[in-house]
Design a binder for this molecule. Structure first.
Ligand SMILES: [Zn+2]
Length: 307
């Protein structure tokens, strides 16, 4: 199983100030761990290209794209929301992060690789059609999904989101698009305080209570995700891979472990083998406890590689 590893040095240059949890060191922790454990040797490396305004326009209002280009500061920080800021490199990093999902989609659909993991930041799943928020500027996974549908001509694409936070931006962009099925888990009552009332029939939202362990993930998969995925028969599966539901991650209150991330990745791979020749495009979302993020990504990628 060939898995692409897509990243870019520009993704390290975006930072939002001293002590911000969504920091460049997240990517260092991941790549250091994958190198030292030999897992990186299983992967085929690719540089993320810049997403084009046209590619972004499949998921975002053109005004949102133009405003972010115009807002990019020449020096210092520009605060976008209370938690989200741009430095002079943020726009370039955000374009690489979205471009990674486009390249991943092309590599998988062209058969160059069976699967791809985008090790990118800023993350994307809180970015709505018209707004940056929650550490996110462009909705990377939604840009990839719309590329698969609008440009590559797929008819049914699934999105699995297991970040501790609800993917409100993905729901905003993809809700009501019947070519997409989005299944997700998230901690109820946590930022961005959405998801309990799905906005459209193509959203399968499973909110779980604070303190829930991996059993809640297993129940969500068996009772809600799997029946919906089997009925939908996706031609490609995208994953918004956030690792902040880990028990050691203080961003949320769930209690998942590396073993849970390996387990859910293995289940997603089974669904992919059943319906879409194993094809998966996964992209990094949250995960802020650096050693646990690194080990969780390793568990995820190892399962993607079938190793
Ligand atoms: Zn998150």
């Amino acid at each position: 199983m060939t898995v692409a590893w897509i990243t870019h040095a520009d993704c390290r240059r975006h930072e939002m100030g001293e002590g911000h949890p969504e920091c460049p060191e997240r990517l260092d922790a991941i790549s250091d761990h994958l190198l030292s454990t030999g897992i990186m040797g299983l992967l085929a490396p690719f540089d993320a290209p810049l997403a084009t305004p046209e590619q972004l326009g499949h998921a975002h209002a053109s005004l949102h794209v133009r405003e972010l280009f115009a807002a990019s500061p020449a020096e210092g920080y520009l605060q976008v929301d209370p938690d989200t800021a741009m430095n002079p490199h943020s726009l370039q990093a955000a374009l690489r992060a979205a471009g990674a999902c486009v390249l991943a989609t092309d590599l998988v659909l062209d058969g160059t690789v069976e699967r791809a993991f985008c090790a990118v930041r800023p993350p994307g799943h809180h970015a709505t059609r018209s707004a940056a928020m929650g550490f996110c500027f462009f909705n990377n996974v939604a840009v990839g999904i719309r590329h698969a549908l609008d440009v590559r001509g797929l008819e049914r694409v699934a999105l699995v989101d297991f970040d501790v936070h609800h993917g409100n931006g993905s729901e905003d962009i993809l809700g009501g698009d019947d070519r997409v099925l989005m299944v997700s888990t998230f901690e109820r009552g946590l930022y961005p305080f959405s998801g309990d009332d799905p906005r459209a029939a193509n959203m399968v939202n499973v909110g779980v209570g604070r303190g829930s362990d991996g059993m809640a993930l297993r129940e969500a998969f068996a009772d809600a995700w799997l029946p919906a995925l089997n009925a939908f028969r996706p031609q490609l599966i995208f994953v918004s891979a956030g690792f902040d539901a880990h028990f050691a991650d203080e961003m949320g209150g769930l209690r998942w472990t590396e073993k849970d991330y390996a387990w859910i990745t293995s289940r997603i791979a089974e669904v992919a083998r059943e319906h879409c020749a194993g094809r998966i495009v996964s992209t990094l979302e949250g995960g802020y406890s650096l050693p646990h993020l690194a080990r969780s990504v390793a568990a995820h990628v190892r399962e993607l590689a079938g190793a």
